[in-house]
Design a protein around this ligand. Structure first.
Ligand SMILES: C[S@@+](CC[C@H](N)C(=O)[O-])C[C@H]1O[C@@H](n2cnc3c(N)ncnc32)[C@H](O)[C@@H]1O
Length: 328
């Protein structure tokens, strides 16, 4: 999303949801059915789904501010919209609590919203100074806790694994040296430290980008959240229901892609040392709708830079929920 105004929207919906048309087309909402928007954010997808058919939406967000902002939509759509504060990794519990154990489709738009990035107080931005926080929800750990208390090796691993940062060890070393003098408390302090260690790249991307992404992913347990939500679909997704995921970096996309392949029975042989076990693959309960990830159009990328790295993938359930399928 970015903050560009859409002519037909009110001030609240002053952002552009990424790949909205493609998401609605893939989810293909139908009247009388119930869909989950696992990442409500600014409500762009939720509104799109509710406008596409006379259906219901259960909208989840871990950020209490996002849920509070949803009040305006709730007024507009009444009982068709249910807003739930929580994490999509705990989707089954949330659905049970809402007395809706199964649903007809789910969409996830991963990452942070522009409301979160653009508010310096949330501590996500390396461009604006603010407290070193980065929590999307209300978890206890902040980014400041990571850089001020974790051992050097753990910090280096986080930055390497979640940021794909070549200079992770150098950055971690510099963090430890700086915190011995004075603890980190602001985003500016961390961003400047990273910039002092990582040289500027030719593509103009801020050297702090990868480190901030890595710490954010760690604080919010983002990859584990995705795995938990996808891992439970046997239990909550109805026959013909679809999972539509929009991801923004390769770590997320890799999880989505391999999970979809696994569910669709397209797993390759786990080891080249084993005989070909292809024919023993159990019959699949799912089919992949997007053979390749769908990318945003050139027009969308030029009008909304955040969409640049988006990848959309869709999986469809072809079998009904049974006791056995939810036991597998
Ligand atoms: C990119 S925004 C979604 C934007 C939304 N599709 C729209 O059209 O306005 C991502 C939102 O998902 C929320 N979020 C991220 N991870 C979450 C999780 N594991 N559980 C629940 N909400 C999450 C964030 O708090 C943020 O508000």
């Amino acid at each position: 999303m970015n903050q560009t105004f859409h002519p037909s929207s009110n001030a609240y919906f002053s952002h552009k949801p990424v790949m909205l048309d493609e998401v609605i087309e893939k989810l293909s909402p139908q009247s009388g059915k119930t869909y989950v928007d696992g990442t409500f954010g600014g409500g762009g997808y939720t509104k799109g789904i509710l406008d596409a058919a006379d259906c219901n939406v259960i909208a989840i967000d871990r950020d209490p501010d996002a849920i509070a902002r949803g009040a305006e939509l709730k007024e507009q759509y009444g009982t068709r919209l249910t807003l739930l504060e929580g994490t999509f990794g705990a989707i089954q519990d949330l659905l049970q609590q809402n007395n809706t154990p199964s649903i007809d489709g789910i969409v996830l738009d991963l990452g942070v919203s522009s409301y979160q990035i653009d508010d310096p107080e949330r501590g996500f931005s390396f461009k604006k100074d603010g407290p070193l926080d980065m929590r999307m929800g209300t978890s206890e750990f902040t980014a400041a806790d990571v850089v001020n208390s974790y051992p050097e090796e753990k910090i280096a691993n986080i930055i390497y694994n979640y940021g794909d940062e070549r200079l992770s060890r150098k950055i971690a070393k510099a963090i430890i040296a700086k915190r011995r003098e004075e603890k980190f408390s602001t985003t500016k302090e961390l961003a400047e430290l990273v910039r002092s260690v990582v040289p500027k790249s030719k593509d103009g991307i801020d050297p702090a980008t990868r480190t901030f992404q890595a710490i954010r992913i760690h604080i919010n347990d983002e990859l584990q959240e995705l795995e938990s939500c996808l891992g439970a679909i046997d239990d909550y997704l109805k026959q013909n229901g679809r999972v539509v995921v929009v991801s923004f970096h390769s770590l997320e996309d890799r999880i989505v892609k391999s999970f979809f392949r696994l569910k669709a029975g397209q797993v390759s042989n786990p080891s080249r040392h084993l005989p070909d076990l292809g024919h023993t693959t159990p019959p699949s309960n799912y089919k992949i709708i997007t053979r390749k990830a769908v990318l945003p159009t050139k027009q969308e990328v030029s009008s909304n830079i955040r969409s640049r790295s988006a990848r959309l993938r869709t999986l469809e359930r072809i079998s009904p929920i049974t006791k056995e399928s939810s036991d597998v």
